[in-house]
Design a binder for this molecule. Sequence first.
Ligand code: GDP
Ligand code: MN
Length: 385
Amino acid sequence: MDLYEYQAKELFARHGITVPPGQVAATPQEARAIAAEMRAPVVIKAQVKTGGRGKAGGVRLAPGPSAAEDEARRILGMDIKGHTAHRVLVEKATGGFEEYYAAYLVDRANRTLLAMVSSEGGMDIEEVAATKPEALARIPIDATIGVDLETARLLAARAGLPEDVLDAVAATLVRLWEVLVEEDAVLVEVNPLACTSDGTVLALDGKITLDGNAAFRHDHAALADGSDDGGLEARARAKHLNYVKLAGQVGVIGNGAGLVMSTLDVVAYAGERFDGVRPANFLDIGGGASAQVMADGLEIILSDPDVRAVLVNVFGGITACDAVANGIVKALEVLGEARCPIVVRLDGNNAEAGRKILSDAAHPMVRVVTTMDGAAELVAELAAA
Ligand code: GDP
Ligand code: MN
């Protein structure tokens, strides 16, 4: 679960990281009132779960209450990379600071935790990473040892931060590590990590991704955000389906994590012969592939605009293939016309009966294939067409 900036800053503050004083507003009038109470210039910041707000005009300075109201009016409702700003953070403006970058994250490829620190923080960190990798220190952290002051100071020094800020930054890096560990986050990022001329180190921005698997250990429920921008993942979650977005063109539905994972592999493999077609997403309908579950699943998969063909790969077990086939037929009745071809491969319990149900239904968009490789081949070809 990703947090909003203001929520991340709340957690930072709980762990002793300095953040500017601020409050969230949902209307321009509220923003004005907060600014008036602050009696100082403020920054108005769109609260959306995506980066690049500054470049999109979602972070604006306001010298006083009426400017705060105006800027809030401009930002509220703004669309930033598909996320609508329903709220703004009104924060006391910080002046005169250097911008650094600090993050800890799970480095899956190297099976470790990774610290990343840079002396060149701010809005162009992606570019720094791409064009000046030496300005971004990347250091693996042993989870059983963690980050103490000495390691933190080394991190900051390796990143090229000036000598006179090393101690203060190191103290913040240790606290940031505590946020990762104690809140069970898989990512904590501060960009910019600001150092003011009087030596204060503060988090001017914050990003936290909490590990949902550890939710039971925490009282983080208040941080959950029911709206979640109405994304497909949120819609799937509401229907108790496991949906994951990927970058390709083939929608994948299967039952059981193992089958779904191997389906992704065969689709990607077959796709190599068809313009590099790859899975666009996947949805695990689990054991009970009832008609309703299949309808919900197909509806979500077909709502992904990247999907150009769908592969339904089901191995009948306790839920037999004839039930699954009936589910697909009913799902297509509920959905009306499918907007792209659906390739179905059924195997296992009552596979013959299931295939017969589908061929009798003779839906123009449904193609039944008996083998998994054959189905992957056909779906890749259809998605590339
Ligand atoms: P992002 O673009 O989504 O990463 O949003 P940030 O919160 O990082 O803000 C973008 C940029 O706005 C930062 O890199 C800062 O340069 C600037 N900024 C943010 N807060 C303040 C502030 O209090 N004072 C000043 N002068 N600039 C700020
Ligand atoms: Mn930022």
